[in-house]
Ligand binder design. Sequence first.
Ligand SMILES: [Zn+2]
Length: 303
Amino acid sequence: MFWLGSLLATLFVVIAVGVATHDGYIRRHYRHPRLLIGALLTLSILAIPLSVGIALTAPEQQQPWVQYAIGALFLTLPAIVALGLHLRHSPRLPARQRRVLAVGAHPDDLELACGASLARFVDEGHEVMAMVMSHGDHGGIGEEREREALRGAELLGLEGVTVRDFTDTRMAEEISEIVGAVEVAIELFKPDIILTHSAHDQHQDHHAVHLATMRAARHSPTILCFESPSVTQEFRPNFFVDVSEYLESKVSAVQMHRDQSGKPYMGAKLLRGAAVFRGRQGRIPQAEGFEVMRALSSDLGEL
Ligand SMILES: [Zn+2]
């Protein structure tokens, strides 16, 4: 029985390590990720000592219940994945596909402010492109933060993300250049919907990117402003995206930004709480809120 016990123990260790290291993937692709991660880890951790017991015990001393228990756990694993914890629906082509351009100042801004909405738009078949105006090297390591922005965008399923090199904390002095950069992005991508920072944001870079984007998007009919952790009390959302199924995707995308993980606003508890608060305002369980600067009804319909 040594080989069988060893094989099972290895298999369950692989499952436990796989679940622990790929929790971001599970959060993005499964409807009930926390339940799935908890169930798989619990079952694997229970099965590992039982498997080791089988490997180390002589066949004549083997307790039959140990083998039955491990067999039951082993059969339960695929059943858990298959039943009830099914995959989120895969991207499909909506009646009208929108192009969404999200413009943020720093590498983690988009995930924090509207990561769940972006993931939802992607799953509903819309094309989402992100633009980040700086590497954020004043508050962290620029190169690392760029890599984290790419990982966050990949997890959310965005078409792509461009990280520009405007000066972190001093974007107010570069507004003309930022206008030019956003104009080029609008010209190339031709977005139906533009998302950016709010005017009601006390971070000087966020405010500068808001002004620059409003200027660059002067011919665009639909502009929504998202909620960064630094918005003021004047931020009053009047457009809500139901993100009940996408909060865990947002949490995972934010957790990609390890460089900033010490910041108090990066915590999962806070992200979930904010979504409940905005959801209450929108009369749904969990939401991300946006301020509508202007909107063409056909651009926002069905979103
Ligand atoms: Zn920021």
